[in-house]
Design a protein. Structure first.
Length: 474
């Protein structure tokens, strides 16, 4: 029987799937994973992409752009809307790639030019992969820091009281993020814009220029993490790339290392382990001469890259480095922005990585999950009057997932202990939802609901939890 001819409108999509080595069902699964990470309840049937290919249909909403983004990641190259759909975009402005317009010199002129461009907070920004994200990481380490000074006087001279006020705003932005997640995302972006304008228009010497650049890097890093936590990966990358430029201009290796480690964590979360490992290596290189607290943070964040790659040896090596830095803190104080780092937070990040690693290593799964529940417990049970509520919500969801995974691993000999502990952790996490804005944590709780659903058929406690959880989730 002759094959049904493909519609010219979407023969392009068929060819791109062939280049990626994917069947249409694979595309549907990748899209559903991306939608779930964003907290969306939308689900694409595995056969739906056949209609896009054979019938020339164009999906509605954000899916056409999401298809472009997913395929670009799979092919590790730029892919345009017209290349995928065979027609010009007619719905709103074309999205930008996260590295759009950033091909500028790594000197003071390049930074100030970048600051002159408004951050596209209301436009779709597509995440990038490969050299587009790892290239700037190594460039930041290879280029010497520029001298930042300005004789402009449109906004007057930057004085010590003004610097003190800026430092206070930076600290408050970080505290807002720790306490309630991305609820203040717009406010922090506005503070960045104000400071960027000041850097371009005010008068300051080289030392003040470095302090301004460091403050700018911290605001961009905070905005990046808020965007990441809101499942807006393209915007997060955009902010991180700007933060990297500013940290480089500030000649601040500790900030540079922290930003690179967050970029690595995002790549790991997006299932791009090779990018994650590259960025983790760059972060460790940047952190070589930083205080022990920064090196412990970078080593801990690097465990997530090795977890995504299923590399137990690399994971354990990073964990050993973390413990070594914790046991030998030295006398060198850490930067003010690192005050939130303690063994509880580092243990929780490691525990999160262990849950991911357990998915890759069936033979070691039981032991890895046992370690994970131990390391996640304290942060998940953070009191409600303590600052890191967003972290407590996220790691509470991870603790519940770890107990549920352990329950599946031990069946049919398992007891109700893991289920009871999962229920308790989930209920505590639910109580934090009204005060915390975190789409990624909500997505994790949706995963908890999916894992609890089979248990709800035979456990009244699980049935009640599932009902309450679905009622609480936005």
């Amino acid at each position: 029987m002759a094959k049904e001819p493909l519609s010219p409108a979407n023969s392009n999509l068929n060819e791109l799937l062939h280049q990626a080595g994917w069947r249409p069902e694979t595309l549907a699964r990748r899209l559903n994973a991306a939608l779930a990470r964003s907290g969306s309840n939308r689900h694409i049937h595995e056969k739906t992409p056949y209609r896009w290919i054979r019938g020339g249909e164009l999906p509605h909403g954000e899916v056409p752009d999401l298809v472009v983004q997913v395929l670009a990641g799979a092919l590790n190259t730029d892919v345009t809307y017209e290349q995928v759909w065979g027609r010009p975009r007619t719905r709103g402005p074309a999205p930008l790639s996260a590295d759009h317009g950033s091909d500028l010199p790594w000197d003071s002129t390049g930074l100030l030019s970048l600051l002159g461009e408004p951050v596209p907070t209301r436009r779709t920004v597509l995440a990038v992969t490969g050299a587009a994200i790892t290239g700037p990481a190594w460039t930041a380490l290879e280029h010497p820091a520029p001298t930042l000074k300005s004789t402009a006087d449109e906004a007057g001279r930057v004085t010590p009281p003004l610097l003190k006020m800026i430092d206070g705003i930076v600290t408050q932005a970080q505290q807002l993020d720790d306490q309630q997640g991305g609820a203040a995302r717009g406010y922090v972006a506005d503070q960045f814009s104000i400071l960027a304008r000041l850097m371009r228009r005010a008068s300051y010497d080289a030392a003040t220029g470095r302090r301004l650049a460091a403050a700018l890097a911290q605001l961009a890093q905070t905005s990046g993490f808020m965007a990441f936590d809101a499942a807006d990966d393209g915007q997060a990358q955009r902010w991180y790339l700007i933060a990297l430029r500013a940290a480089h201009a500030a000649d601040n290796s500790a900030l540079t290392a922290s930003i690179l480690a967050l970029m690595s964590n995002q790549a790991a979360d997006r299932s791009h382990p090779l990018d994650a490992l590259q960025l983790a290596n760059a972060a460790q290189h940047a952190a070589r001469h930083t205080p022990p607290v920064v090196r412990s943070l970078v080593a801990t964040r690097s465990t997530l890259a090795y977890a995504a790659a299923g590399d137990l040896t690399g994971f354990n090596h990073m964990r050993e480095q973390t413990l070594n830095f914790q046991n030998n803190p030295g006398d060198e104080p850490g930067p003010p922005w690192a005050e939130y780092i303690d063994h509880i937070e580092l243990d929780a990040i490691t525990g999160r990585g262990l849950v991911v690693l357990a998915e890759h290593l069936p033979r070691q799964r039981a032991d890895l999950l046992r370690q994970a529940t131990h390391l996640l417990h304290t942060r998940a049970y953070t009191p409600h009057d303590a600052t890191p509520q967003r972290s407590a919500l996220r790691h509470g969801a991870w603790l519940s997932l770890a107990h549920l995974a352990a329950l599946r691993q031990n069946q049919p000999t398992s007891t109700t202990d893991d289920l009871d502990r999962s229920i308790k952790a989930t209920r505590l996490a639910i109580t934090r939802i009204p005060a915390v804005s975190s789409a990624r944590s909500i997505a994790l709780l949706h995963r908890v609901a999916a894992d609890v659903e089979p248990l709800a058929r035979r456990s009244p406690a699980a049935h009640t939890l599932l009902r309450d959880l679905r009622s609480a989730l936005p």
